[in-house]
Design a protein around this ligand. Structure first.
Ligand code: HSE
Length: 453
């Protein structure tokens, strides 16, 4: 489907690229696997340009071959035998996105023994068997990458390994389980009890197949294990994590913490002390004014304190099909760069990117489309709906339209939050408002940046 003809890769915008695409074998074609296919197909040119070569899924192992055939399209070998993929000579990299720990361990170790790199999003596998898997990878001279195993959309493994590589990491703390964060947010915001909030999280698909992994803190502990190993260069030590979930947390504590100026979050904390490393997952009070207290719903956030960088913070979705695919493909690009790649495709990959940016037109002011805030002074007693009517004529969508709270001596003002609209439409609307008999002074406009998508 997204097979890159070798010819199209050489040269790519004047940058030489390796001849042969990276050949990927995938085990599992569920939520993460299908997302990986979609993103690889959609962004194939950018990904190949950045990787310096194509990335081609050549083989997939799936339980339901008919369903898999509908996802992968023609040209991909399908099998119901994962070991066939793990050991096949046509596969350079094994992507393990099936989950589970028993058989997955065998597939990954077999792939490593056959000299293949491994990319996995399986946090339980690495937390429990990471010591053995990483030792085998070292012995066979291959890489095991797992950005998709921790806070998927946040490139935290790469941040620790690359961006913060100069630092001695002092601590890492994070909200690294979306389900529990969703539950705590619902308990606080809507006064839901624990069971009702969990049911909603499950209905939305945030929870693990066994939700005990989420609510008892085990999923967060799996991720913390990997973060700590990365941050401190220490062995993977899941068994050493102190784990406390949120099952016995009571709504009354959520309310009391609030009254004291705190919010309760399930935090994973890995902290380097003189005498050793603390590894803990537990519900904790966080000051209400802290950024971490404002990480709500199923979102994740990770903070890292480096001795040189100071405190840094990373925020994003911790689950999701394409969000995990984003991490899996980033690891595949790393693998593609391991050999045969021109320096221009390594970080920072300016070759492809610079070219693409040069070709993109710069939008004029009139074409820029955002939501807007409008403050419209009006004569006392005016019908505020007349402002809405003017905006409707210019097809400016209105999200909110209210009379501003009275302030002594101030003229009455109508406040408007619009939906997304081109600046040209806003300019016309303001022009029309200024001529309207209800309007009593200059209209003020500001852009609203949701910073949400
Ligand atoms: N159940 C996990 C969570 C999914 O809620 O964060 C991603 O690991």
């Amino acid at each position: 489907m997204y097979r890159d003809p070798v010819q199209s890769l050489q040269p790519l915008h004047g940058v030489p690229v390796a001849m042969r695409p990276l050949r990927v074998g995938m085990i599992g074609i569920g939520t993460v696997g299908s997302g990986t296919f979609r993103v690889l197909a959609r962004n194939q040119a950018e990904i190949a340009g950045r990787a310096g070569r194509g990335i081609e899924v050549v083989m997939v192992a799936a339980r339901n071959l008919q369903r898999a055939a509908g996802i992968v399209g023609d040209g991909v070998v399908l099998t119901d035998d994962p070991m066939h993929v793990a050991t096949h000579p046509d596969v350079d990299v094994l992507v393990e996105v099936a989950g589970g720990t028993g058989p997955a361990r065998d597939w990954v170790l077999a792939a490593i023994a056959h000299g293949k790199h491994v990319v996995t999003a399986n946090k339980a596998l690495l937390a429990e068997h990471g010591g053995e898997i990483f030792a085998a990878a070292r012995q066979h001279g291959v890489a095991v990458a797992y950005e998709g195993a921790v806070a998927v959309s946040i490139p935290i493994v790469k941040a620790l390994r690359e961006g913060l590589t100069a630092n001695r990491i002092e601590w890492v703390a994070g909200i690294i389980n979306g389900t529990t964060n969703f539950i705590l947010s619902k308990m606080r915001d809507e006064g839901l009890d624990f069971a009702a909030a969990l049911a909603q999280a499950q209905a939305l698909g945030y929870a693990e197949a066994d939700p005990a992994f989420d609510i008892e803190g085990i999923d967060a502990a799996h991720k913390l294990t990997l973060l700590a190993a990365n941050a401190f260069g220490s062995p993977v030590r899941f068994a050493d994590v102190q784990v406390e979930g949120i099952t016995s947390l009571q709504g009354v504590d959520v309310a009391c913490a609030e009254q004291l100026g705190y919010r309760i979050k399930l935090l994973g904390v890995a902290c380097r002390r003189e005498e050793g490393v603390e590894l803990r997952v537990q519900p904790a009070l966080v000051p209400a004014a802290h950024l971490m207290a404002h990480v709500n719903g199923a979102m994740n956030a990770v903070m890292v304190k480096g001795d040189a960088s100071g405190v840094t913070m990373y925020y994003g979705a911790g689950a999701g099909s394409e969000q995990t695919a984003s991490a899996v493909i980033a690891d595949l690009v790393d693998m593609a760069r391991l050999d045969g790649t021109h320096a221009a495709q390594r970080v920072p990959h300016l070759g492809f990117h610079a070219h693409a940016m040069n070709e993109l037109p710069v939008l004029s002011r009139a074409a820029v489309r955002t939501s807007h805030y409008l403050r419209v002074p009006v004569h006392a007693g005016s019908d505020i709906k007349s402002v809405a009517a003017v905006l409707a004529v210019q097809q400016v969508p209105v999200q909110q339209l209210v009379l501003a709270a009275e302030r002594s001596g101030a003229k009455p003002q109508v406040l408007v939050l619009t939906g997304p609209a081109a600046q040209s439409a806003i300019d016309l609307a303001v022009h029309a408002l200024q001529a309207h008999p209800a309007v009593n002074g200059a209209v003020t406009t500001l852009r609203v940046e949701e910073l949400a998508s």
